[in-house]
Each structure stands twice: as C-alpha cells, then as structure tokens.
Write a protein that binds this ligand. Structure first.
Ligand SMILES: [Zn+2]
Length: 438
C-alpha cells in the first residue's frame, strides 16, 4: 500500500515537473564576468524570498554588471504554498538519487552555480523568529533564523569576495540604518558548516550555499523573519540585495521608492496578465475572485503572459485559476470560442475624444464611452443593462448603465468590452477594458 502510494506521488511529481520548470532571468550586460546569482523560492512557504527575487527581476534595471535571478526555484511548492512537497530542496545539494522528483531542478541549479562568471550566490529565505547571538527569550535567540545574513564560514581563502563575514557585516549595517522597528535588527549568523560536528552543521553541508562554497563561489543566505508581513520581509531583502550589488560594483535603477508602503502597493497592485497574444489584458489589482464567460480559444491551448515570474495559470476542474506566489487571485470560468483576427481593435469615443484602441488595452473614461459602429463587428459590453440591443456599438454608455457585479475588479470600475465577428456570432476578436476614473 505504501509502495503504491509513493508511486502515485512520484507520477504526480513527474507530470507537474513539466509546467513548473524554474525560470532563469539574466539581467545586465551579457559578457560580464562579475555576476551575482540570486535564488528565491527554494521553499514554497517563504514568500519574502520569492517575492523579493521576483521584484528584482521585474522592477529593477541593471545598468552596470550583471545579475542572474531564479525567482521560483521550487515553483511547484510556491503554487502549492507548501515548504517541501518532495522533501526539503535545501538538503539535496550533497547527494541525490536521480529518481528524486527534484533531481532535474537541483542538477540544473548546480550547473548555473558552476558557470565561471557567477562570483556570488545569495539564497533567499524567510526564517522563524529573530536571530540573536545570546539567548533573550523564546523568539530571540541563537536557534532562530529570522533577520540574519547567513554564512557557512568567516573566510574563503583565495577567491573573490571570500571575506564572507566582513561582507555580511557590511550588509547588516546597511540594513540596520533603515529598520522599521528596532526588533528587526540584522545580525550575521555563522553556521560553521565545515566543522560538521553538530547536527545543524551536518545539515547545513547539504544546502545550496554550501554547494556553492565547494565550487569556490562566495555564498550567503538571507533570512527575513516570518513574524513580519510579507512586504516588510521583501523590504529587508531588497535592502540586502542592493548592498550586495553595491559591494560587487553592480549599478541599478529601481522603478519604485524602497519604502514598506510603496513596496506593498507594488506587490499587491502592479500585477497583470495577458492572454492569447494580448487579445485580452487583465489588471489583477483588486480582481474579483471569479470571472465568468471568459473567452478561451476552442480546441487550442490557452496561452498567457504573466507580469511576474511567480505567477501562473492552472487548469483545475475545467476552470483556469490564476496563481501569484502563494495567492490564488482569481478563477476564470471559460467560454470556449473560435478566435479570429481580421481587425486589431476598434474606434472608441471616450468623453468626446475619438481614439483608435487596440485589443488588450484599457480606456480611461470619466463620463461616457461609445464604441463606433463598424459593419464587420458586433460589440458586447459585459454588464451593460440595456437589453434592447444585440450589438452594443454606437451607444453612449456611462458608469451608471452597468450592473456592478459584472466589473472585473472589486471596486466596480473596470468593465469588459468584447468584440466579435458580426456575421459569425461565436467568433471572438478581442477584448478592451473601460476603466471609470474620477
Ligand atoms: Zn528557508
């Protein structure tokens, strides 16, 4: 019975490995010999790590030097919101059976770490409590991991950035200038892995960072506390990453202000997804948990482009679920339709201004909009209450004309305008969103 069970689990892992290959994002100059490798998501229940890596890949521009980012190392565990569906991935870097479900990912990661240009490796984690050198209380003591820069040893002789302890101390003092609360203070934790005497030291010899050290790469762990809300964990991680980049002479530009408040806004609201060659574009900020009659191409695979590498779409029970890290954002209930593409968009008059609008765009509207009639197309404004018209082009439509529950967002501001072939009722051409603004 147990054996059968493990076979089922293995088969499942095999199937899932397909859609959950981790992403390697290379930023900055391609011929650089001074690359920082940042790894997030080795354990799926540590969102601080994978959200920070994800934002580094989407919201930073590397102007000098190069940064390689794996934001979703254990993507399956991230989506499942489980630490280790097939055992702890951070204990698989010493010896591993080729039959292990994570074997392929571990092997691929080892090859990335070994690339000659990779000079520093940072593994991002969320740890319990607050690390302190001396015992203070249950949550603040040497056995805790949160708010610490982790090194396996103080110095690595003869390699670039081998002064691990000195670098860790510099990173800590940088972070400590910007603490939200005194309790969040960072310290350097040296696990002294090479001694391999205690249980902890032996366990640490199976980790990603210790593997990197074996390959003569400077390696660090970064742990923000699981006691903090996710955006605060990400805040401390980005402060750390910026200092590591600074130490390596890597220059960057950030697309937001590094404050906890701005960061929360970016994480929650600067998120999008587009479908089927951008015929449909959906902002995911404050999205409703369920969207009905979502046009999906008949007989073809749904294709999508998420704004974040920790975002994906899974088909479950005949519906499409949009996941973002540990969050389940929305469920799309499909309506299978044939797609066609003889027009790229439509003409819309919005508040007396006439615009050519491409499918997959958002039109901001203050008072009213009017999709200009065209013999070739039929327009369906989802949630528009006037039942008299089959084709809803040529009508002035305002916010009050909508049934609120048909908006895609919880604030009832964004509505779908869908365009079809006028002759063949079920041929879908594309979608536009109207967004009512003040
Ligand atoms: Zn961890």
């Amino acid at each position: 019975m147990l054996r059968l069970f493990s076979i089922i689990i293995f088969l499942k892992a095999f199937v899932f490995a397909d859609g959950f290959e981790f992403t390697l994002i290379k930023k900055g100059s391609s011929d650089d010999n001074n690359t920082l490798l940042v790894v997030g998501g080795i354990q799926g229940d540590e969102p601080g790590g994978f959200m920070a890596a994800s934002l580094l890949s989407t919201h930073y521009k590397i102007k000098k030097g190069s940064v390689w980012i794996v934001p979703n190392f254990n993507f399956y565990s991230i989506i499942k919101s489980k630490r280790a569906p097939f055992g702890d991935m951070n204990r698989k870097f010493a010896n591993l059976s080729p039959n292990d479900p994570d074997f392929h990912s571990i092997d691929r990661m080892k090859r990335i770490i070994k690339e000659p240009n990779v000079k520093m490796v940072i593994n991002l984690h969320d740890g319990s409590g607050f690390y302190r050198k001396r015992y203070i209380d249950k949550w603040h003591n040497p056995r805790r991991w949160g708010q610490a820069t982790i090194i396996d040893q103080a110095v690595m002789e003869g390699i670039e950035y081998g002064n691990l302890e000195e670098i860790a101390n510099k990173v800590d003092s940088h972070i400590n200038k910007y603490l939200i609360k005194k309790e969040h203070k960072f310290h350097t934790k040296n696990t002294k892995t090479h001694l391999r005497k205690t249980f902890e030291e032996k366990e640490m010899s199976k980790t990603l960072t210790y593997y990197a050290i074996g390959q003569k790469k400077a390696a660090f762990g970064n742990e923000s506390s699981k006691s903090l809300p996710v955006h605060q964990r990400v805040y401390y991680k980005l402060l750390a990453l910026e200092k590591f980049m600074d130490i390596m002479g890597i220059e960057f530009e950030r697309r937001f202000d590094l404050t906890p408040k701005d960061l929360k806004n970016v994480i929650d609201n600067d998120i999008y997804i587009s479908f089927n060659d951008k015929k449909i574009f959906i902002p995911l900020s404050r999205i409703r948990p369920k969207i009905s009659y979502f046009p999906v191409p008949k007989g073809a695979k749904i294709s999508f482009k998420p704004s974040s590498p920790v975002m994906t779409v899974l088909k479950q029970n005949g519906k499409y679920v949009v996941y973002y890290g540990n969050r389940r954002l929305t469920t799309l209930v499909p309506e299978y339709l044939e797609y066609d593409k003889f027009v790229e968009g439509v003409k819309i008059e919005a508040d007396k201004e006439l615009k050519n609008v491409k499918f997959g765009s958002i039109v901001e509207v203050k008072d009213y909009f009017n999709v200009k009639p065209d013999k070739k197309i039929r327009v369906n404004v989802i949630g528009y209450v006037n039942k008299k018209h089959k084709n809803e082009s040529g009508l002035d439509i305002g916010k009050k004309d909508f049934l609120k529950r048909f908006s895609i967002d919880k604030d009832a501001r964004r509505y779908r305008v869908e365009v079809y072939d006028a002759k063949q009722r079920d041929k879908f051409l594309g979608m536009i969103l109207v967004e009512f603004v003040k």
